[in-house]
Design a protein around this ligand. Structure first.
Ligand SMILES: Cc1ncc(COP(=O)(O)O)c(C=O)c1O
Length: 425
C-alpha cells in the first residue's frame, strides 16, 4: 500500500490490523500496563517484550533441575550440555548463515572482544581499524582497549567514517572510499550494521566487499539489526558478527549474545582464539585431556558450559521467529514504520512543533525524531499516557514499533496522544 493512500483515522488503522497476518502474535506477548491498559511499546530496540511462552521454557529447566539435579545435563527433556546448539538453526535463518556458523554465548561486548582476538591481528604494516563515528560507546571502549592491548594508540589505529556536514546519515561511498584510501594498512572493519542512534541500515554487503578487497577482516555488530532487518552474513562473506538478543529478539534482559563466524574460518586449530572446555570436541571433552581439540563449528569459540536459565527464554522467543520467518516480519515492519512516519507527518501539520525524522529510508523498525520546540515535559506526558519511548536530551525520541507486538492502531493512538501532549502545554 502506498503511503499516499494512508489515512490518519482509527477505522483505517483498524482495517490494516484486520489485514495483518501477524496481528495474532500480539497475544504471544506480555504488555506492561499503564492506567489499566496495555502500553504502546516503542522500545523493542532496547528491550523486547516478554513472550508468554518463555515462562514455560524457564519452568521446565527449573523442574528438571529440581527433579534431576546433575543428571539434567544429559537426561533433561532438553539436555543442558548441548542446549545452546538448539538455537543455531533458528538463528542461522534470522542472520542468513549455516547453523555451524552460529554459536550463542556470553554477552555482546564480551563476544566482540573474543572475536577480535581472532580477527584483529595487527602487524607493523596492517594495523588500522575502520569504524563509524560515534559508534555505540561500548564498541568504542572495546576498540580502544583492544588497540592499546596491542601496544598501539587509538589515535594511530582507529579510523572513523564521518557523516558529511549537515547530514544525519552515512553514505556508503564514504565507507568505500575510506577503505580504499587506507588500503593495505587496514586490518579490520568493524561497524554497527544498524546504527543505534539514527536507525540507519548500512549497506553491509557493499562495505564487506570493499573491506575484503583490500585484504582486511570484516565484522559486524548486529545489536540493532538482528530480528529487525534482512541479513545474509554467509553470502555477504563477512568474517564474523555478534549481536545481543534482548532487543528485537525478545530473549530477556541482558541475555546471551550470538556470534557468526564464516565457514572458511571453522575447523582450524591454528586460528588465534581464547579457548575453554566447551569449545573442545564433545566426544572427548569429558576425558579431561590437556589438549584443546576444537569443535568444527563456531562453538569452538565457546568457553564455558552454557547458562541454561537464560537460554531457555531465548529458545522460546526463537520458536516464534521460526514460526513466522523474517520475510513476513520485515514486510509488516516496512508497512508499520511507514504508517508511523505518515502519522508523525500528519500530527506535524496540526501543531506548532516540527518533527524532523533523521532516520534515512534505509531503515528497519526505528525512527529517530527531533521534536523541535519540545522538551522533556512531552516525554513525561507520553510515559504517563502509556506510550513507552526512548528520549535523548534535548529533544530526540527513538520510536521502534516492533512488528511482532505493535499494531497499526497503536500508531494511530500514539499520534492522538502525541498531539494532545503538545497542545496541552
Ligand atoms: C550497538 C550496540 N553495541 C553494543 C552494545 C552493548 O551490549 P552488551 O551490554 O550486551 O555488551 C549495545 C547495547 O545496547 C548496542 O546497542
Amino acid at each position: 500500500m502506498e503511503v499516499l493512500s494512508y489515512q490518519n483515522t482509527h477505522a483505517f488503522a483498524a482495517q490494516l490490523d484486520a489485514e495483518d497476518p501477524l496481528a495474532k502474535y500480539r497475544d504471544e506477548f506480555h504488555y506492561p500496563q499503564v492506567n489499566g491498559k496495555d502500553v504502546i511499546y516503542f522500545t523493542g530496540n532496547s528491550l523486547g517484550l516478554q513472550p508468554k511462552r518463555a515462562q514455560k521454557f524457564v519452568d521446565d529447566v527449573m523442574k528438571d533441575w529440581r527433579d534431576l539435579a546433575v543428571e539434567g545435563h544429559f537426561y533433561a527433556e532438553k539436555p543442558w550440555w548441548d542446549y545452546h546448539e538448539r538455537l543455531a538453526k533458528g538463528l542461522g535463518k534470522v542472520v542468513g548463515a549455516y547453523p555451524e556458523e552460529i554459536s550463542v554465548m556470553n554477552t555482546l561486548t564480551v563476544n566482540l572482544h573474543l572475536l577480535m582476538v581472532s580477527f584483529y591481528r595487527p602487524t607493523q604494516k596492517r594495523y588500522k581499524i575502520l569504524c563509524e563515528e560515534k559508534a555505540f560507546p561500548s564498541d568504542q571502549y572495546m576498540l580502544q582497549s583492544q588497540v592499546r592491548f596491542h601496544g598501539l594508540t587509538p589515535k594511530e589505529a582507529i579510523v572513523e567514517v564521518k557523516k558529511r556536514p549537515g547530514e544525519h546519515h552515512w553514505r556508503t561511498e564514504d565507507f568505500v572510499q575510506k577503505i580504499e584510501e587506507i588500503g593495505d594498512e587496514l586490518a579490520l572493519v568493524l561497524i554497527g550494521g544498524v546504527n543505534y542512534y539514527n536507525g540507519q541500515v548500512l549497506d553491509m554487503e557493499t562495505i564487506t566487499k570493499a573491506g575484503k578487497s583490500v585484504g582486511a577482516f570484516v565484522g559486524w555488530d548486529l545489536a540493532h539489526a538482528v530480528g529487525n532487518v534482512a541479513l545474509k552474513l554467509h553470502d555477504w562473506d563477512a568474517d564474523f558478527a555478534a549481536w545481543c538478543s534482548y532487543k528485537y529478539m525478545n530473549s530477556g534482559p541482558g541475555n546471551a549474545s550470538g556470534i557468526f563466524v564464516h565457514q572458511r574460518h571453522l575447523d582450524k586449530k591454528d586460528i588465534p582464539r581464547f579457548e575453554g572446555w566447551w569449545g573442545t570436541k564433545k566426544d572427548t571433552r569429558f576425558l579431561m585431556q590437556p589438549e584443546f581439540d576444537p569443535i568444527e563449528t563456531a562453538d569452538a569459540w565457546q568457553l564455558s558450559n552454557p547458562p541454561i536459565l537464560s537460554l531457555a527464554p531465548y529458545l522460546a522467543s526463537l520458536e516464534l521467529f521460526d514460526e513466522v520467518g523474517m520475510e513476513l516480519l520485515i514486510q509488516k515492519q516496512r508497512k508499520l514504520t511507514a504508517y508511523l512516519e505518515f502519522i508523525l507527518q500528519e500530527v506535524d501539520k496540526q501543531v506548532d512543533s516540527t518533527f524532523e525524522i533523521i532516520t534515512p529510508k534505509a531503515r528497519g523498525c526505528q525512527l529517530s525524531v527531533f521534536l523541535h520546540g519540545e522538551g522533556r515535559a512531552l516525554f513525561d506526558y507520553l510515559m504517563k499516557e502509556g506510550v513507552i519511548v526512548d528520549w535523548r536530551e534535548p529533544n530526540v525520541i527513538r520510536l521502534a514499533p516492533a512488528p511482532f507486538y505493535c499494531s497499526f492502531t497503536d500508531m494511530y493512538n500514539f499520534g492522538q496522544i502525541l498531539k494532545a501532549g503538545i497542545l496541552s502545554k
